[in-house]
Design a protein around this ligand. Structure first.
Ligand SMILES: CC(C)(COP(=O)(O)OP(=O)(O)OC[C@H]1O[C@@H](n2cnc3c(N)ncnc32)[C@H](O)[C@@H]1OP(=O)(O)O)[C@@H](O)C(=O)NCCC(=O)NCCS
Length: 449
């Protein structure tokens, strides 16, 4: 075998015998000739079972090598279901299309965190609690004002979410269900305040305090855009569109930032610190930053006439069509369809973004092109969301902050599930060590002589 090449797994018996079908895996270790039967549960084998496969008792057992966890389940979860081939996304069993159409972001947040749709009393109490926790301690404001004038809003949000742990030391009591509820309410309530203030900071405008008479999303828009008027009145169509965008981003099972929340949370730290880790993960361009890249791409294309040449460049491998393709969705991204509709609603109010014509034509051409069809490349959630955000007058740096506000209930639901799951342990992956061993330290005088 050539050096550095990993041998691929081979299926040795192409025709399974019906008589031998059981929910287990037989492994023959060709190093020793030993055979093992490993149970298969929910389509998985336990990695710890592989640890029992050894060449000798004093050797470490077999483990799997899986950078990026592409084929490793880290938890059992009852929160979000995705079927990438069929384009299905469900929160607690409810299809995303129905939730986007008929629910509200706070109702979806309740559903994610508590597993069921709220009764009238539960919903009203939940909305009331969240509304009355939107204010932050004045020192949080002072803390945020200490950032440089050009601080990236995501950096500000990440730091201020982490800082909340110092204001609520009781949050460390993670075993207590009532206490967890309190912190979850606080976190969901304060995210728009922190997000809006990070935006105002960049603009050199005074921070706007929450208005408890407004809905969650109306209040967010008020904290973003209110100036000297007594009350900020947002167009209900814009409020609905932003609420839908929050719903679409509320959870997406074990993505990078959720994995970060779970990983940090597994140390039993308070939820603010765990969520701050999630915000950090989302900050990265491979996770939260794609819609910004779509916008840049559309601006660069500039006009519909330039699309064919651009598509040729993509097909020649010069660059990627941003906002197309997804690691999980290989048929269509159900969120993209809903966003396209929200786009029309927003542009009815704001006037059409000229980039929309380019986006629509690009999508039309790409969906008919053999290159994209063969590779199962379809518009993803980011293809149209950047256009909406721009129409709502958000600068590109704010796009990821909006994502973080929407994702907060998902992070918290996943964190709560982790804390209450008796099978979970502190996250501590293995490594394959490739460095030197037992070298002899050479004193500086000798090395530098
Ligand atoms: C999302 C993404 C990272 C998923 O990647 P993935 O599942 O690992 O898919 P791969 O990178 O293996 O791509 C498979 C094939 O499709 C091509 N491809 C994937 N996405 C493409 C895109 N957006 N434009 C053009 N070609 C693309 C790859 O070049 C590859 O072609 P090949 O088989 O000829 O080499 C990828 O589709 C991408 O980079 N999209 C653009 C960025 C984006 O919109 N990200 C937001 C995701 S929500």
């Amino acid at each position: 075998m050539p050096v550095g090449r990993t041998p691929a797994i081979r299926r040795l018996h192409p025709q399974p015998s019906v008589a031998s079908v059981t929910d287990s895996l037989t492994i023959r270790d060709n190093r020793t000739g030993a055979e093992y039967e490993v149970p298969i549960v929910d389509g998985t084998i336990k990695a710890a079972d592989l640890g029992k496969i050894k060449t000798s008792d004093d050797e470490p057992g077999l483990s799997t090598y899986d950078p990026g966890f592409v084929n490793t389940a880290s938890c059992k979860s009852a929160i979000t279901f995705i079927d990438g081939d069929k384009g299905i996304l469900e929160y607690r069993g409810y299809p995303i299309e129905q939730l986007a159409e008929e629910s509200t972001f706070l109702e979806v947040a309740y559903l994610l965190v508590y597993g069921e749709l709220p009764t009238k009393e539960q919903y009203e109490a939940w909305v009331h609690e969240i509304t009355y926790h939107t204010f932050v301690h004045e020192n949080v404001k002072a803390f945020m004002q200490g950032f440089r004038y050009d601080a990236h809003p995501m950096g500000m949000v990440m730091a201020s979410v982490g800082a909340l742990s110092t204001f609520y030391p009781d949050a460390r009591n993670i075993e207590d269900a009532d206490n967890r509820h309190m912190q979850i309410v606080r976190m969901i309530a304060k995210m728009p305040t922190l997000g809006a203030w990070s935006f105002r900071h960049a603009q050199g405008k005074p921070y706007v305090y929450p208005d408890n008479e407004l809905s969650y999303t109306e209040n967010f828009l008020s904290m973003l855009f209110k100036m000297s008027e007594q009350k900020f009145n947002a167009d209900p169509r814009l409020v609905k569109a932003l609420d839908v965008l929050f719903i679409l981003h509320a959870d997406h099972e074990q993505n990078c930032s959720t994995n970060a929340v779970r990983s940090v949370g597994s140390s039993q730290v308070d939820p603010y610190s765990a969520v701050a880790a999630g915000v950090g993960a989302l900050y990265g361009p491979l996770h939260g930053g794609a819609n910004e890249a779509v916008l840049r791409m559309l601006k660069r294309i500039g006009s519909v006439e330039n699309i064919p040449a651009f598509i040729e460049g993509v097909k020649n491998g010069n660059e990627r069509l941003m906002g197309f393709g997804h690691r999980v969705y290989k048929n269509f991204d159900p969120r993209a369809k809903i966003i396209k509709k929200a786009c029309d609603d927003v542009f009815e109010v704001t006037g059409v973004n000229p980039l929309l014509a380019i986006a629509k034509e690009l999508e039309k051409i790409a969906l008919e092109d053999e290159y994209f069809i063969k590779r199962k490349l379809y518009p993803n959630v980011d293809f149209y969301s950047g256009l909406i955000y721009e129409a709502l007058q958000f600068p590109p740096e704010m796009f990821t902050v909006l994502f973080a506000i929407g994702r907060a209930p998902g992070w918290l639901a996943q964190w709560q599930e982790l804390i209450t799951d008796k099978e979970q342990k502190i996250a501590r992956p293995k490594q394959v060590y490739t460095g030197d061993r037992t070298l002899k330290f050479v004193p500086r005088e000798e090395r530098w002589a």
